[in-house]
Write a protein that binds this ligand. Structure first.
Ligand SMILES: [Zn+2]
Length: 573
């Protein structure tokens, strides 16, 4: 038996299109991918795959499900086998399988890195070499709990301490060298890190993949050095702190990007856990895409100096490439996130974050210089257009274009003219063919499926009681009770097939994948539900009055009957 938590983790980690595309040729169509259905004969594609929601759905034959169901059907595997297959591909270890198939070498590397992190940790805590670093951490206000959860350590001064320890353990030195733990220097093997405070770098599953080392005040060399890239460490694909931040990023609906390792730790320590940092490199589109799996809202926080703002501006095209419209915030001069929360507190930072503006502003300001004259704005418009052209997804393109226009004041037409429309634009339109606008109950379910973070607001508004009795209400109720991100495929299957198809279509269109749009739609939906209930109560009351009139009973006795009637409303209509 594989624990349900584990199954959910695997399902969430999997990119469903990766598994389907080995059987079906998929082409991008808006938010989703399309191909010829493997479950029925067809000539035009009606089979869609939605990576955000983790489901596939065929609009031709109605077949649909999640990644496991697909693999079971197409590859004839049992459920546990399908789960195992997906887990393997995502690098998630299943308890029963330790040490058996599935890349033993990789596992050995992770185990070695983990034990080395333990070694550095003991050097920090138990040897004289760690003493000055413990003082340093105390001076920076980093407490033991934080030091422990980030597995901070210290590299000994001798330059051979790790090597000696590895030999004692009987470790494979070639492996250690391939991971950049030790290195050959003038014909001798030596430690790669020496007299440094060690920050283990972990992937988003919490496995140590490399290290960053900070030098002591008096030592020589660069302030930070990082592990060399290896078969498990690719610096452009790792975000420091993501393993600890991922839940908070999802819950809070946005991620905060900072520059330093200690900034991440300091913010975590004061309860702001949705924070990550790049690992000693400029931000990459791959990192943004990784983060996007947890939220598409990002705020980059940069130091209040010239260099900080330049770096923030430079990161804008990277966010664009990943299809993320990030916001940016500059700290007051001379402050970094760590010092800021220490001096002013986390509430002050939270307040500051509320005022984060679009990053494009900073980028534009740098592009146009101080004077935004016509010529420089024209240049900016053309630069912005060429960035927009890189956006593959036509829906994302539209959304970005609209925001670009609002935020820059450059008309949509001009931007559109500069940025040639992408070839398959609007290819995926067709929701209309499935009939009519969504009703309020359908909209609510669609919103909950596209953005699970809305569940709290829905519950708080008591919207469930205002829904009509029926499949949508049942699904909404399940979604509100779900402890982890719900399996969209399950919920779609619980709806009658035509309704499920319609919701799947809307999720594919990704209309509500922008948090702000989703929030606004939710607001409209909730007030719509309230209005509908009020109307129904009034109608019922009128009816009651009419009946009373007809039967000649006392009208005064019936006023104020709204309460018990409203409790019955959910059965009505
Ligand atoms: Zn089909």
């Amino acid at each position: 038996m594989i624990a349900e938590d584990k199954i959910n983790e695997i399902r969430e980690a999997a990119r469903i299109s990766e598994f389907i595309s080995s059987h079906v040729e998929l082409r991008r169509a808006g938010r989703s991918l399309k191909g010829l259905c493997p479950f029925h004969e067809e000539k035009t594609p009606s089979f869609s795959v939605n990576d955000d929601g983790g489901f596939y759905h065929c609009f031709g034959c109605g077949e649909g499900g999640n990644v496991f169901k697909f693999i079971m059907a197409l590859e004839g595997l049992s459920f546990p086998e399908a789960v195992r297959k997906v887990a393997d591909r995502c690098g998630i270890e299943l308890p029963e399988e330790r040490g058996s198939a599935g890349g033993p070498v990789r596992k050995d590397l992770f185990a070695l890195l983990d034990s080395v992190a333990g070694y550095y940790r003991r050097v920090l805590l138990e040897t004289p070499a760690g003493e000055s670093w413990l003082e340093y951490l105390a001076a920076r206000g980093i407490n033991e709990k934080s030091s422990d959860s980030f597995m901070l350590g210290a590299a000994p001064d001798s330059g051979a301490g790790l090597l000696r320890w590895l030999k004692q353990q009987g470790a494979d030195l070639e492996q250690a060298q391939s991971l950049g733990l030790v290195t050959r220097r003038q014909g001798r093997t030596v430690d790669s890190f020496r007299s440094r405070l060690m920050f283990p770098l972990r992937d988003n599953q919490g496995r140590v993949v490399g290290f960053a080392g900070r030098k002591g005040e008096t030592a020589e060399g660069p302030k930070y050095i990082n592990s060399v890239e290896s078969s498990v460490y690719h610096k452009g694909r790792v975000l420091y702190g993501l393993d600890l931040a991922r839940t908070a990023v999802r819950d809070k609906g946005f991620a905060l990007l900072v520059e330093g390792y200690t900034d991440v730790i300091a913010l975590h320590q004061v309860g702001m856990e949705n924070v990550v940092a790049t690992c000693g490199t400029a931000l990459t589109a791959e990192q943004v895409k990784l983060l996007k799996r947890f939220s598409s809202e990002m705020i980059t926080l940069f130091d209040g100096d010239e260099a900080g703002s330049r770096a923030a501006g430079r990161s804008f095209p990277v966010f664009m490439e990943a299809g993320v419209w990030a916001r940016g915030l500059s700290l007051p001069a001379d402050a970094d996130p760590d010092s800021f929360v220490r001096e002013r507190g986390v509430e002050a930072l939270a307040e500051l974050l509320g005022g984060a503006g679009p990053l494009v502003d900073i980028w534009l300001r740098q592009l146009t210089g101080q004077a935004a004259d016509t010529a420089s704005m024209a240049r900016a418009a053309s630069d912005l257009s060429s960035l927009l052209k890189k956006v593959q997804d036509p829906f994302e393109y539209d959304l970005l274009l609209r925001k670009a226009s609002v935020w820059t004041g450059i008309s949509e037409k001009v931007l559109r003219g500069q940025a040639a429309p992408t070839p398959q634009k609007r290819a995926a339109r067709g929701a209309e063919s499935l009939g009519g606008a969504a009703g309020l109950d359908e909209l609510l379910v669609t919103l909950l499926l596209s953005d699970p973070s809305l569940a709290a607001s829905v519950a708080e508004a008591g919207a469930l009681d205002r829904m009509e009795n029926g499949p949508f209400r049942q699904v909404a109720s399940d979604l509100l009770q779900a402890s982890s991100r719900a399996d969209a495929a399950d919920q779609l299957a619980a709806l009658p097939s035509d309704l499920g198809a319609r919701v799947a279509q809307r999720l594919n269109e990704g209309v509500y994948s922008d948090t702000n749009v989703a929030r606004r739609a939710l607001g409209d939906c909730l007030s719509g539900l309230e209005r509908r209930q009020r109307k129904a109560i009034n109608r019922e009351r009128l009816l009651e009055l009419k009946r009373a009139e007809e039967s000649g009973s006392d009208i005064a006795a019936i006023s104020g009957m709204g309460d018990w009637k409203s409790s019955r409303m959910s059965d009505g209509e």
